[in-house]
Write a protein that binds this ligand. Structure first.
Ligand code: GCU
Length: 673
């Protein structure tokens, strides 16, 4: 009796503590007894989605990280004050109370809906459900209104390359995990007559769109913007039996197209909760070649619109640039500033008191090389691991190629001594499993590079900033934030700019490494990394040369041609690459105060190499060549020799091949030796 009284008293107090906000008769009240998966699903966006359709939704969430049904039951049975009770009130205000009991939460509101869920891996293991779920339901029944609905939150399968504990139960197979979760949840729901909230199917649907794995942030929790919004959409539609498609609420930092994907995938999951639906979009993407090609991208040369390129030798105020001195002193800084503020975003300067340590060193390539692995710290606990191959027995410091790699240092060569990233660290940037050693070796013909007397210096993009839309929370991006800032300003760096900054920091280190001549370092990169190599060299004049391999849109290709990849699609697919200001040029290329020929011209007076591939229409080889030729005119204007610029287009598809490298090595022999 005493305990009951205390419970009632506690509940009253809790009501006060959590601010019993004004509600209306049609207010819906939902309580989850759950874990972090429900935190992702209900604590943001959901109240707002409902509000956009004129509903008031009160959300309670009893949270314990990783909590299972069994543990929830024991907590209920013992009335343990073990929960963080989080509540979104009728007014949308969020409040949290620690040390809460299930009994208190149940009594806190006249709940209309109770939601249960299982721990994520156990959700696909039927033997982990009973008697706990049954017990919990019977317990709750005595404490909530008669009409209260009970629901079960079907959670989702992990990313295919996740290493999270529990995944082994499904043989690290996402599809298998998904199927087991569906089966287990259907059975539990049937047993207890629960309605299912098909969060797992919504996730699986989204994985079958071009958005692919961009739905989790660490392999199992939801992506900050997209995944969380997707879950909220699924809850909304299940609760209100109203299609979420077209709902007007917009979560911060989520582009229109991803809003559309989330809404449609959630809707499809609610219609077909136990199977994947392939959702068609108005602009379907052809993913057959690994490239995300919307089918109305122009690849017909006759359809290139008429355009006028801005004159590189006219200042913004209309003055003509008449001398090389004026170019270097006025026009070049003006253009660089425009590219930084309108397209890529500004980066900070060097790291104060840069710390670095040699993590490993040893012979490589049958003694033809020395391998050195260096950790450069750019923040207290954040570092980039640089992999260097140095020609063995070099007399004095050597020139080098510095370029990032896409999938990790270990993919550069089948060398067992190349360090894998620390697992905990790697998870922050969306890598959950080690990539196969040497899987990208064809892009790095080490024998040729080292044989010609160059060092190769490389590092993984994710060490500086992960290559996904992570809300600018990981890697180096937060370094620019002032107190209270959580997102870059419209002229502050996007990922390409952050990577380019990382290349400069590695160059800072090379200035201290006696094996490399830092005054003879070429910035090189393929595709998105070609865009980055150009930016690094444009911004940092210490780079002695720039090599752009099929960098395409946002790299060497002219934006105004709107051929192959366009600004609309690059910012839609990779919203994290550019700065906020760049989005105003979507379908508005003619308003750009520059074009990419001027970007290439920023490399002058240093050697510039641009390369394309014939069958790589996505990167607009013709647009790359025209931009290159226009940039050459600036080299001419500056009185520079034509040998400082070179271009090739090779046969074949998108890729960085040995053939490409042999051209670059010949070019470097002329200029870096
Ligand atoms: C995509 C993207 C390109 C990019 C390429 C790559 O195709 O659209 O802009 O260059 O990926 O980096 O491989």
């Amino acid at each position: 009796m005493k305990k009951r009284l205390l419970t009632i008293l506690g509940a009253l107090l809790l009501g006060v503590a959590l601010g019993a906000a004004p509600a209306r008769p049609d207010t819906l009240r939902m309580l989850c007894i759950a874990n972090s998966f429900a935190v992702d699903a209900v604590e943001q966006n959901l109240h707002e989605i409902a509000a956009a359709d004129g509903h008031i939704l009160i959300i309670g969430n009893m949270y314990i990280g990783g909590c299972s049904l069994e543990k929830h039951w024991h907590n209920a049975e013992r009335d343990s004050a073990a929960y963080s009770y989080r509540k979104v009130g009728a007014d949308g205000v969020r409040r949290v109370r620690a040390n809460a009991r299930i009994s208190e939460a149940l009594a806190d509101e006249p709940w209309d809906v109770l939601v249960f869920q299982q721990q994520s891996a156990m959700a696909g293991q039927p033997e982990t459900f009973e008697p706990w779920l049954g017990n919990l339901l019977s317990y709750a029944k005595t404490q909530v209104p008669r009409r209260c609905k009970r629901m079960f939150f079907q959670t989702w399968a992990y990313a295919g390359n996740a290493t999270k504990q529990g995944f082994e139960y499904f043989d690290y197979d996402q599809e298998k995990m998904y199927q087991e979760i569906v089966r287990t949840c259907v059975a539990a729901a049937k047993r207890h007559r629960l309605e299912v909230i098909p969060g797992g199917t919504a996730v699986q649907n989204s994985r079958h769109t071009f958005n692919r794995e961009n739905v989790t942030r660490d392999g199992y929790h939801m992506h900050w913007w997209f995944g969380r919004y997707l879950q909220a959409c699924t809850f909304y539609e299940t609760l209100y039996k109203t299609s979420v498609v077209g709902n007007a609420y917009r979560p911060p930092h989520l582009g229109e197209r991803r809003v559309e994907i989330a809404q449609k995938c959630a809707h499809a999951a609610c219609l077909h909760p136990t199977e994947v639906t392939r959702v068609d979009f108005d602009n379907p993407f052809d993913t057959s070649n690994g490239n995300w090609k919307p089918d109305y991208i122009n690849t017909d040369p006759s359809q290139v619109p008429a355009y006028t390129l801005p004159d590189a030798l006219t200042m913004q105020d209309g003055r003509k640039v008449t001398t090389p001195e004026q170019w270097y002193a006025e026009r070049r800084p003006e253009l660089l500033e425009l590219f930084e503020t309108q397209m890529y975003g500004k980066a900070p300067g060097p790291i104060e008191d840069m710390r670095w340590e040699i993590a490993e060193e040893g012979p490589a390539l049958d003694g033809k090389a020395l391998r050195r692995q260096v950790r450069i710290f750019y923040d207290k606990h954040k570092y980039v691991t640089v992999l260097m191959f140095l020609p063995a027995g070099a007399e004095g410091p050597v020139p080098a190629f510095l370029g990032m790699n896409f999938d990790g240092n270990a993919t550069v060569a089948p060398d067992p001594a190349i360090l894998y990233p620390e697992p905990n660290y790697a998870q922050n940037y969306g890598i959950y499993k080690e990539q196969p050693r040497g899987s990208q070796a064809s892009r790095w013909p080490l024998e040729d590079i080292l044989g010609r007397g160059y060092a190769l210096v490389t590092f993984h993009t994710s060490d500086i900033d992960p290559d996904f839309d992570d809300g600018f929370r990981n890697g180096a991006t937060p370094l620019i934030y002032k107190k209270g800032q959580h997102f870059p300003d419209p002229d502050q760096w996007g990922t390409l700019s952050t990577w380019a900054w990382g290349m400069s920091r590695v160059l800072d280190y090379l200035e201290l490494d006696p094996s490399v001549d830092a005054s003879r370092v070429a910035a090189i990169g393929h595709s998105r990394l070609g865009k980055t190599a150009l930016l690094a060299a444009a911004r940092d004049r210490r780079f002695a040369m720039a090599v752009s391999n099929e960098s395409g849109c946002g790299g060497a290709a002219l934006s105004r041609r709107r051929y192959g990849e366009t600004i609309r699609f690059i910012t839609g697919n990779f919203p994290h690459w550019f700065c906020g200001n760049f989005f105003q040029y979507v379908d508005n290329e003619d308003a750009l105060p520059f074009d990419q020929h001027e970007f290439l011209a920023l490399i002058a007076p240093r050697p510039l190499y641009v390369a394309s591939a014939e069958d790589d229409s996505w990167t607009d080889p013709v647009g790359e060549r025209i931009a290159f030729q226009e940039a050459q005119k600036i080299y001419d204007f500056l009185g520079l020799d034509r040998s400082l610029t070179e271009y090739h287009v090779r046969e074949g598809k998108h890729g960085l091949t040995r053939e490409d490298w042999l051209h670059y090595l010949d070019f470097a022999d002329k200029h870096l030796k």
